[in-house]
Design a protein around this ligand. Structure first.
Ligand code: MRU
Length: 397
């Protein structure tokens, strides 16, 4: 069985699973320059907020390992790294993980820590800067998996408490987009909570939305769920309200769990287009709405969702679709893909890739440091889980 690893990395080599070809084909592209990483992210061959940041950081690590930086002094080397990171930042605008990773990497090369200082002495001060960058980028990859496992534990625990869930009373959940192994270094965020619920015998059933127009739900999440044998059902986005109405039946939803591209200071959350409508439905039907977000997806500088830039993508994502051809015998011919038109090609199109769910509709934000719920004043307070960044960014203002 093919691996669900989106990112394969060893020092000096990065291979990225082409998610445009999933679920039919498992093809890895070697990414060895920032230009290749930019293109891979922009074209959405890799996607998902954490995976975007990891691929960008590791692509520059590979480029540096292969000697792309010809600078001989420390200042010039740092300037080279800054310029390459600034270039990568423009690949996709809404997910904040990349911006946070860039801040972190820029700071790391200016003030190396023990974790990012090579055990073997570098041949020159400029080479030491490069070593520090590579170790810092590799640490981002390593930390992400641990982060997701922690989110899984915190989220499963919170949901179990809310629902009094147990092995004899498991919970069914609905998720949107893809937040699993394919969007991260492994395990996933919202899908990570679903995986942990399942391994703790607390999951009855997972529902996933198709997630039009890009179909991350049908192409990627349903693939991950089938791959792991998790009991799951795919619905189109337009079926969600009907599903919520099945309250007292076998199909009853206990919670909605989604990921995040950017959670801002007041808890407003940008995530895949269609998230907001699920939050409205959840509130209307008295179902808990949970956001799974590593602290790397939190943007304390932006105060409310009004400050979030929403990426708009090309019209063809709505008017055309690609996939493997299904033969007259019903077999999927994976070697034979086709792109077909599904709308009049002259129609006007609006294609925002994300929407913003207001904090008021969110019940809990699960981070790797713990679950944040509203305080006595009805506000999310990230000081408890991110005290250092809170002091640096919010208290300084
Ligand atoms: O456009 P995408 O596929 O990059 O959007 C992905 C999402 O919206 C995810 O929910 C989010 O990035 C979290 S992934 C752990």
């Amino acid at each position: 069985m093919a691996s669900l690893q989106a990112i394969k990395y060893t020092r000096g080599r990065l291979d990225v699973l082409d998610q445009l070809r999933l679920p039919h084909e498992h093809h890895y592209d070697e990414v060895s320059t920032c230009e290749e990483a930019f293109d891979c992210i922009r074209a959405m061959r890799v996607r998902g907020a954490p995976a975007i940041a990891i691929v960008a950081a590791l692509a520059l690590a590979v480029e540096l390992d292969r000697g792309a930086c010809k600078a001989t002094g420390v200042d010039e080397t740092v300037a080279y790294i800054d310029a390459r990171l600034d270039y990568l930042k423009e690949s996709r605008p809404t997910a904040v993980d990349l911006t946070n990773a860039i801040h972190h990497l820029k700071a790391a090369v200016r003030a190396p820590s023990q974790e990012t200082t090579s055990a073997a002495p570098a041949p020159s001060p400029a080479a030491a800067v490069i070593d520090t960058f590579i170790l810092s980028a590799e640490a981002i990859l390593a930390r992400d998996l641990q982060t997701n496992l922690s989110i899984g534990e915190h989220g499963a625990m919170w949901l179990a408490q809310q629902h009094g869930a147990s092995a004899s009373k498991p919970i069914s959940v609905l998720t949107h987009c893809n937040t699993g192994s394919l969007a991260t270094s492994g395990h996933g965020t919202a899908l990570g909570i679903i995986r942990t619920l399942r391994s703790n015998d607390l999951l009855k059933h997972a529902f996933c939305t198709e997630t039009r127009p890009y179909n991350q739900g049908s192409r990627l999440t349903s693939f991950e769920l089938v791959f792991e044998g998790i009991p799951a059902t795919l619905i189109t986005d337009s079926m969600a309200a009907a599903l919520f109405r099945l309250k007292k039946t076998e199909m009853s939803i206990g919670a909605v769990i989604v990921g995040a591209d950017r959670v801002v200071r007041n808890g407003d959350t940008a995530n895949k287009i269609g998230t907001y409508q699920l939050a409205v439905l959840a509130r209307h039907h008295g179902v808990k709405f949970v956001v799974a977000a590593p602290t790397t997806s939190v943007d304390l500088e932006t105060e409310t969702g009004d400050g979030i830039q929403i990426e708009e993508r090309k019209r063809e994502e709505l008017t055309q679709i690609s996939g493997a051809v299904v033969g007259a015998d019903g077999r999927v011919d994976v070697a034979n893909t086709a792109r077909v038109a599904i709308a009049d090609q002259r129609i006007n199109v609006w294609n925002p890739a994300f929407d913003v769910t207001p904090a008021a509709l969110i019940d809990a934000i699960v981070t790797e440091k713990g679950t944040v719920v509203k305080n006595a004043e009805g506000k999310f307070d990230f000081k408890t889980v991110m005290p250092e960044r809170w002091a640096q960014i919010v208290e300084k203002q």
